[in-house]
Ligand binder design. Structure first.
Ligand SMILES: [Zn+2]
Length: 287
């Protein structure tokens, strides 16, 4: 613990500079720090070998959806008007590096076995995070999305059934994204402002559709590789060694046994805060 914390503070001191607390996303010109070497290429025709989410997700059988979404009219709080984002060629991968700001993201959920624990840890430290949910999981976990809204977390769109989008037709991609937007809006109270392609596999169609649906593409800087069944201590070490201003951390709250991801969060979150990091959620440039 002591060693990790010292490393963490050392790294932060090296890389950090005083700056604003504002969290503006940088564009694709942002260069990735060394910690991103293990992350998959942000763009590509298909998931790369290093694609983080490929393991468990590839094994998850797609359930036939018996669920039919009802049209939503006037549900939830008044909708804010957001300008449609520009169509990007690459996803955003980090937040503005000024100040010790970091963003934690949890993908593939919600899962009633793990998400409640993650929410309660975040609540204990009064920290906001991002949850990239799958529609088919969100349908069964609407109460968890409501809790995320109550706690000020940001919910993003991670497609309905976690397919490899680059292998789908444009209309199938649209359906995956649209249905998920609908269930998020219904349960969370607002349409999502962010999306993340499963396996980090983006293409032109995903960027165009995402922008059409009012969402910005967000990838990550630091992959915890927690889906590999990694031990909590190793996950925590990865986060703490990779901690730097602007880093977006990828981990998972569903898609398999995520008990180690939960345990790791209990270890690294207080250490990040002790090291002076502001763990928060990004604001959209276009908000
Ligand atoms: Zn995923």
């Amino acid at each position: 613990m002591f060693t990790r914390r010292r490393l963490l503070i050392g790294g932060a001191a090296l890389l950090g500079t005083a700056g604003t607390a504002g969290v503006w996303l940088t564009g694709e010109e942002a260069s990735a720090p060394a910690a991103t070497d293990s992350a998959p290429a942000a763009t590509g025709s298909a998931a790369s070998a290093a694609d983080s989410a490929a393991g468990p997700q590839a094994q998850r059988a797609l359930k036939p959806s018996a669920y039919r979404l009802q049209p939503i009219a006037g549900y939830g709080p008044a909708r804010r008007t957001l300008a449609k984002p520009a169509v990007r060629r690459k996803p955003l991968r980090r937040v503005d590096g000024r100040g010790r700001t970091m963003v934690l993201t949890f993908d593939d959920g919600p899962d009633p076995r793990y998400t409640p624990d993650i929410l309660s840890i975040l609540r204990r430290y009064d920290v906001r995070a991002m949850f990239f949910v799958c529609g088919e999981m969100a349908v069964a976990g609407k109460d968890l999305l409501r809790q995320m809204a109550d706690d000020g977390h940001v919910v993003g769109n991670h497609t309905w059934s976690h397919p490899l989008l680059t292998r789908l037709s444009r209309s199938a991609i649209r359906s995956e994204m649209e249905r998920t937007c609908e269930v998020i809006e219904e349960a969370y109270g607002e349409p999502p402002q962010w999306f993340r392609a499963p396996y980090g596999a983006w293409n032109r169609a995903t960027f165009k559709l995402g922008a059409e649906l009012g969402m910005e593409p967000l990838a990550w800087t630091l992959d915890t590789l927690d889906w590999r069944g990694t031990a909590a201590r190793t996950i925590a070490d990865r986060v703490e060694h990779g901690a730097a201003p602007g880093v977006v951390v990828l981990s998972h709250d569903a898609g398999g046994n995520r008990s180690q991801s939960v345990k790791a969060l209990r270890e690294y979150l207080p250490d990040l805060l002790d090291a002076g990091y502001h763990v928060t959620v990004p604001r959209r440039k276009y908000a």
